[in-house]
Design a protein around this ligand. Structure first.
Ligand code: NCD
Length: 321
């Protein structure tokens, strides 16, 4: 293996959550990602930072954009990318996560990209393999590459990430995207407001270091960023909102509620969107304000950066954290 330089700014072996990253490490990853944006817009997209490496994507939960963008990111960097589908694998036959990890480990993959419905499952897997592990979403815990791509989208649009006020609205209780974003904005020096009905807030919300609002017109007042979240009904046991129509009336983003935010406030959504539930269709498609498709585009660059940085560290025994 060639002696590629290690990522001196990034001391970790894995990427399990924003919680373990410093502001400088976040900035460092975003700088690397920024470099990939222009490269991804060229007709010729083949690069070689991961040539000879094997990347296995293990998605134990459904996904469109995250899985596709990790696959594109790995392929554009020259890795051999394998998609393991739990629905057709031995997991269906009752194999435990640790046994699956041991089996895959024996095939010497370099990077595992893992999404799992249980919070903490990705960390457990990381503790049992030699490969670098990237958390592509674990339960309602963390989704670090989503927060990084959200941050890159904002940084490229506004030229900064600190000193902003960010409203995260909707189903916070079940959202790993919200958790990772709260951690990131707190680390980087921006203020977060959570806007949601009490039923959709996590139990210990007062420990998050954020402002909490139950009224969109109060919560969105003068914010720089409006980040909308999907109602994650698949994680709900029972009903958390009276009806989708009523939810839209009070918590759906439309032009009337958006009017109290800063005039140039950006509209964001991690996808998949439920139009007419948490966001009005016209607002979602507003070409001047909505950056939802920029988020998707920059997601590939962010995943390339994470793969590159972790691969650089693989051969260095110092990167064991
Ligand atoms: C999110 C997720 O899976 O956590 N989607 C994504 O990765 N872009 C949010 C969601 O499912 O609502």
């Amino acid at each position: 293996m060639s002696a590629a330089p290690t990522s001196t700014f990034y001391p970790h072996r894995h990427l399990l959550g924003i919680e373990e990253l410093s502001a400088a490490e976040i900035d460092g990853l975003l700088d690397v990602a920024d470099g990939y944006v222009a490269l991804n817009r060229r007709a010729e997209k083949a690069m070689d930072a991961l040539r000879g490496r094997t990347q296995i994507n293990m998605f134990f939960e459904s996904s469109t954009r995250t899985r596709t963008s990790f696959e594109l990111a790995g392929k554009r960097l020259g890795a051999d990318v394998i998609n393991m589908s739990p629905s057709t694998s031995a997991i269906k036959k009752g194999e435990t996560l640790i046994d699956t990890a041991a089996t895959l480990n024996a095939m010497h993959p370099d990077v595992l990209v893992v999404r799992h419905p249980d919070s903490g499952a990705v960390k457990l897997l990381a503790e049992n393999v030699n490969a670098a592990v990237i958390n592509a979403g674990d339960g309602s815990h963390e989704h670090p590459t989503q927060a990084l791509l959200d941050a890159l989208t904002i940084r490229r649009r506004l030229g900064k990430l600190s000193g902003l006020t960010v409203a995260i609205c909707g189903d916070i209780a079940h959202s790993r995207v919200a958790r990772s974003n709260i951690l990131l904005f707190n680390a980087i020096g921006s203020r977060v407001r959570l806007v949601a009905p009490p039923t959709l807030l996590p139990p210990a919300v007062d420990r998050y270091g954020v402002e909490v609002h139950h009224d969109m017109l109060e919560g969105l007042k003068d914010v720089d960023i409006v980040m909308m979240l999907r109602l994650q009904t698949e994680r709900m046991q029972g009903s958390f909102v009276p009806s989708e129509r009523e939810y839209f009336r009070f918590f759906g983003l439309d032009y009337e509620k958006l009017a109290v935010a800063k005039p140039d406030a950006l509209i964001m959504h991690p996808g998949p969107m439920n139009r007419g539930v948490e966001i009005d269709s016209e607002v979602a498609d507003d070409i001047n304000r909505s950056v939802i498709l920029d988020q998707v585009e920059l997601g590939v660059a962010v995943r390339q950066a994470c793969l590159e940085v972790l691969a650089r560290n693989l051969d260095d025994p110092a990167h064991n954290q």
